[in-house]
Design a protein around this ligand. Sequence first.
Ligand code: NI
Length: 253
Amino acid sequence: MFFDTHAHLDDRAFDEDRDKLIMSFRDVGVTRVLNASSDMESSLETAKLCKKYDFIYGAVGIHPEAADRFEDGDLESLAGLTKEKNIVAIGETGLDYYYDDIPKDVQKKVFKAQAALAYELRLPLIVHDREAHRDCFDILKEFPGIRSVYHCFSGSVEYALELIKLGFYMSFGGAVTFKNARHAPEVIARIPKERIMLETDCPYMAPVPFRGKRNHPGYIPHIAAKVAEIWGVTPERVGEITTANAKEFFNIQ
Ligand code: NI
């Protein structure tokens, strides 16, 4: 069985067939999904999904691309949402310097506030780091002992090992199946297996052979197959290991 630790099932891409699709994940062995939020509205939708489905867990938070819409009171609202059923983390949050439409100082302020919230509430944090390695690292270091997962990790082995030392986890998605995947396969081979989780980041980043199409948690077995190839174990074993890691990280019984 598999655990998709980073999906966006509240995305508009699923409006037509959300419930039907969600009910199909178990047919391919995907028995748990964590929905990551992207802004306040998405955090409310995540809480609704968690209420409706026992096997859906949620993270509430504000993505760096929505950082300019952060308002006074949002942190309190997020803290309130963490009391809802199956909400187990803060995120996704972080820094994204790929596009420069949101000033770095605004992104940093909103990321730091959410890291502080996760730290205070002793909840894990889902981190989005795109071309912002140094700043992300510096902010997280201000919260010693914080539990973080770098989602869709694309950094080097050296960077991964630095993060492992801080106790962090890494999750990998469809990009590991791409022909031009650079660092990810090497990182998966080199870091401890107990720090690795699987994700789709759907509706984006569909694995081969669905690349370019709408992604969804039912495609997790294709990502597991690639990790299995790298580790030299069966996909079922990858499912067992990564599900155990996710349950430990998100503190799920
Ligand atoms: Ni995401």
